[in-house]
Every structure is written in structure tokens, then in C-alpha cells.
Design a protein around this ligand. Structure first.
Ligand code: AMP
Length: 500
């Protein structure tokens, strides 16, 4: 009986001879071994009462077991719901209330703290060593199992958006969404069974769970499966890998280390960056240091991946490349598609686009048009050669004195100052202008910043209305685990700056 995602990603493991996962300590897990773990987990899920269509919420550290739970959920037709281990019990409570999973699996060390918010569901535990009540269930479970038949339109996962403003929303992802995107990326990025992917991303997020893991599983390659990103570990393992997928902070942190050079990266054929903007400067520095060009792509929880720079051909710094094959992209302002070069909201349509927000029909209607176009909430433009550039989140647009200001333009000007490492530009409430442009600056290592001089340096680069009215210097920008600058937090911190 068909289960397209299981058939493509996991069924082939039982016959594979090469290792599937290589762990930080050098231990290897073969395809058949991992397939056995999937079978045990699938049978243990069924024994816990999980049926097709039920949600399985999982908040455990990244580990082969965590990946096996994803595979097992898919196999039995359940809907996998991974949660960031950093979420506190009240945050977890929100997700459990909203998604009403049949089963919630957490770290044994956190079970007591989570018991109350999990009182409406069955709570089981599992850690990276395989211990915990679910670990015990798996140890006793049968090795034989029959996957549940699924159609492409059936749900495979719900991933909650990071929800920097308002409530976090559960993006419903179908088997087709995940499989079509993995196939497209695997082709475009030329993945083969010979590839060894250095996997240092978290697997509660679309980047590490779907882009990285699905592409590698689909193409029969190996993964060096690290519990997180650690510069020392990554430097040591790069010579064994052929590909690395990362968020921009991976690359800035590697570049800070003099050992990261051309020789160390010679075995890698592909560096991918996404989830947050890669500074054009980082792109160039990377090229100078390694002779290789980072391939930047753009996607989101709701849509999987939408665009990518080319495998062959110019990977243009500061852009996210072209729409993926099969994905349509348009730029819309005031209800109409804007001519090439104009800035507007990015909308996408294709087999990658999710089925809607879990139990939020109104939100779904607001963002997903009946004809399939998804309003991403990102602002962008397309250059004369067709490369898409992200200008910022629509909600981060600053409107000051009636003028629209795109933060990235101001950030790029600020970052051009020799003493500025990076910057974040936000709009703050202002009695005269409605909003005023405000900059948060980070100095280059070893430099101190003269704020007045930095702001004055913009006078011949930016129109006056775009120039920040004030700025502060921080040691670093607040970022979430995926490297995204937390602009909502910055807006909250400095909300009263211009108030009398
Ligand atoms: P998430 O749903 O957590 O994956 O976040 C998706 C958002 O991350 C997108 O809507 C963009 O705002 C941002 N994003 C992802 N990739 C890029 C990129 N390459 N450049 C700029 N922003 C990006």
C-alpha cells in the first residue's frame, strides 16, 4: 500500500549497505539499523494508540531517535509535530492545546515540569540514549511493521511558525509538499548517493528537518549528524563531508576562524545558506577565503523552499536566486503585480505550498488565496536578470512621515561603514513622524563605534528620510536559533526612545 513519503525516504533504508548516519563520536548507524529503529518506533506509537491523522508532538534533543520519530510518524500516517527544545512549559502548553496530539514525547529530565501542561495527552519520554518510557516501549516493540497507506494530500507534519508577532500558527504540510520540494532540491543541487552532508542544523525546523534530512534521505547519501553547530567539530569534520547546509551565522562563525580556508573546504562541493539573510559581505569574504561561492536559497515553514541561486552559473550575493522549477513567484503591491524591478509583497504558488494553518481558517484565508497564491509576508524585488532579492518582512517596513523605508537598504549602507560589523534597522513610534528610523549597530571586532560619525557617513548615501534618527551600539544582535534577528524584541526594548 503506497505511502509516498515513506516509500521514497525510508523504505529504501532496509536494503542500504552504506552507513546512513555518522555521529560526532564516529559511531555509524547503517540503513538497516535505522530502519529497525523506525519500525520499533512505529510499532510503539501504534501501541500508544496513535492512529493515522493523529498528531505526535515531540520535544527532545536532536538525535537519531528524534529523526526516527519523524520517520515513524510518517510511516504510520501520523502527523509529526516537532517542538524546539528551548520552549518552556507554558509555551509547550500552547502547542499541545492547539494541536491536541494523541501523544507527546519529551525529554525524561523535563517530564515533571511538563506534566501539568501535558495533562490532556499521553506523555512519554525519550532521550538521545534511547532511555525513557518511550525508549522502553521501543525496546519491546516488534520489528515487523506495515506502513499505513497515505495519499499525497494527507498531512505529514505540522510545524509551528516562530511567531515573532502574535500567536504561533501551525503550518499543515502534506506528503506532496515535502516530497516534491525534496525532489526539486535534490535535482537542482545535484545530490547523489556519494554525498556526505554535514548536518548541524536543528531538526525541529523546516531547514534541518526537511531541506537537509529529506534531500539526503531521498538521494541515498550519508549524514554526519551533529547535535548542534560547534565550530571545532565542524572544522574537524569538513574534510569528510561534501555538503554543508547552514544559517548565515554558521558561515560568519567559520570565517572568524583562521583555520577555515581553501584546503579545509576542498572536499566540499556545496555550501548552502538560508533561513535568514546572508550579508553580501559574508558571501564575498567566503569566496575570497575558500574559492567557493555560497548558494543562498529562500524558503519558509509554510512553503518549504521557494527560490535558489543556481548550481551552475552566478550565485549572486545579496539575492536568493530564481524561483525553483515548478514554483511560481510574483511581486504584488496595491493588489496588482508590479513591473520588474518594483518592490512589493512576495507571493508564491506551487506543490511546495502548505495546506493552511491548523484550525485557523481565517488566518489561512488572509494569507493563502483561493487560487493557491501564498502571501509570504516578505517584501522583495526581482532584478533585471531574474534574481529575487528579499527586502525585509512586510511587518518590518518602516513608514516615517508617509515615506516607505526598507530596512535592508539602510542596513546595507550602515554595514558599508568600515567600523560596523552589522546592523538592524527598525521603526519606532515617533510623535511627529508616526515612526522614526532607528538603528542598532554592532562594531567590528576590536573597534569602538562613534555613533554620530556612522550616522553622518550616510548623508551622501541615503535620502534624509531614510537616515536613522538615532542609533545604539550592542555587543551582538538578538537572534533566534535559526539566526534570524529578533526585530520585534528590539522594537519592544526601544519602544519609548522617541516618546517625550
Ligand atoms: P521560517 O518560517 O522560520 O523558516 O522563516 C521564514 C522566513 O525567513 C522567510 O519568510 C524570510 O523572511 C526569512 N528567510 C528565509 N530564507 C531567507 C534568505 N535566504 N534571505 C532572507 N530571508 C530569509
Amino acid at each position: 500500500m503506497p505511502n509516498p513519503l515513506y516509500d521514497a525516504l525510508f523504505a529504501p533504508l532496509s536494503l542500504r549497505t552504506s552507513p546512513l548516519l555518522i555521529l560526532a563520536n564516529g559511531a555509524q548507524i547503517t540503513g538497516p539499523q535505522f530502519h529497525t529503529t523506525i519500525a520499533r518506533a512505529a510499532n510503539a506509537l501504534r501501541a500508544a494508540g496513535v492512529q493515522a491523522g493523529d498528531r505526535v508532538a515531540v520535544q527532545i534533543a536532536k538525535s537519531p531517535e528524534a529523526l526516527a520519530l519523524y520517520a515513524a510518524s510518517v510511516s504510520i500516517g501520523a502527523v509529526f509535530l516537532p517542538l524546539n527544545p528551548a520552549y518552556t512549559p507554558p509555551e509547550v502548553g500552547y502547542f499541545l492545546n492547539d494541536a491536541t496530539p494523541r501523544l507527546f514525547i519529551c525529554d525524561p529530565a523535563k517530564a515533571d515540569a511538563l506534566a501539568e501542561v501535558a495533562s490532556q495527552t499521553t506523555l512519554k519520554t525519550l532521550d538521545a540514549k534511547g532511555t525513557g518510557s518511550f525508549g522502553a516501549d521501543m525496546a519491546q516493540a516488534d520489528l515487523q511493521f506495515t506502513p499505513q497507506a497515505r495519499r499525497g494530500a494527507d498531512l505529514a507534519a505540522i510545524l509551528y511558525t516562530s511567531g515573532t508577532t502574535g500567536r504561533s500558527k501551525g503550518a499543515m504540510l502534506t506528503q506532496d509538499n515535502l516530497l516534491s520540494n525534496a525532489q526539486t532540491l535534490a535535482d537542482l543541487w545535484r545530490f547523489t548517493p556519494q554525498d556526505v552532508l554535514l548536518h548541524a542544523l536543528p531538526i525541529f525546523h523546516t531547514h534541518g528537518l526537511f531541506v537537509a534530512s529529506n534531500v539526503s534521505l531521498l538521494t541515498g547519501g550519508q549524514m554526519i549528524f551533529l547535535s548542534g553547530f560547534d565550530v571545532e567539530a565542524v572544522l574537524g569534520l569538513l574534510p569528510q563531508a561534501t555538503a554543508l547546509m547552514g544559517v548565515p551565522t554558521f558561515y560568519t562563525r567559520l570565517l572568524e576562524d583562521a583555520r577555515f580556508d581553501r584546503a579545509l573546504t576542498a572536499h566540499i562541493r556545496l555550501f548552502v545558506s538560508g533561513s535568514a539573510p546572508l550579508l553580501a559581505d559574508t558571501h564575498r569574504q567566503f569566496q575570497d577565503r575558500t574559492g567557493q561561492s555560497i548558494l543562498e536559497r529562500y524558503g519558509m515553514t509554510e512553503t518549504n523552499m521557494n527560490t535558489s541561486n543556481p548550481y551552475d552559473g552566478e550565485r549572486r550575493a545579496g539575492t536568493v536566486g530564481f524561483p525553483l522549477p515548478g514554483v511560481e513567484l510574483r511581486i504584488v503591491a496595491d493588489g496588482a503585480e508590479v513591473p520588474q524591478g518594483g518592490v512589493g509583497g512576495i507571493e508564491v504558488r506551487g506543490p511546495n505550498v502548505f495546506a493552511g494553518y491548523w484550525q485557523m481558517p481565517e488566518k489561512t484565508r488572509e494569507e493563502l488565496r483561493p487560487d493557491g497564491w501564498f502571501i509570504t509576508g516578505d517584501l522583495g524585488q526581482v532584478d533585471a536578470d531574474g534574481y529575487v532579492q528579499i527586502v525585509g518582512r512586510a511587518k518590518d517596513l518602516v513608514i516615517s512621515g508617509g515615506f516607505n523605508i526598507y530596512p535592508i537598504e539602510v542596513e546595507m549602507a550602515l554595514d558599508g561603514h568600515p567600523d560596523v560589523l552589522e546592523s538592524a534597522v527598525i521603526g519606532l513610534p515617533h510623535p511627529d513622524f508616526g515612526e522614526a528610523v532607528f538603528a542598532v549597530l554592532v562594531a567590528q571586532k576590536g573597534q569602538s563605534l562613534n555613533v554620530a560619525a556612522v550616522l553622518a557617513s550616510l548623508s551622501d548615501r541615503l535620502a534624509r528620510f531614510k537616515q536613522p534618527k538615532a542609533a545604539v551600539v550592542l555587543a551582538e544582535l538578538p537572534r533566534n536559533t535559526m539566526g534570524k534577528v529578533q526585530k520585534a524584541a528590539l522594537r519592544a526594548s526601544y519602544a519609548a526612545w522617541f516618546q517625550a
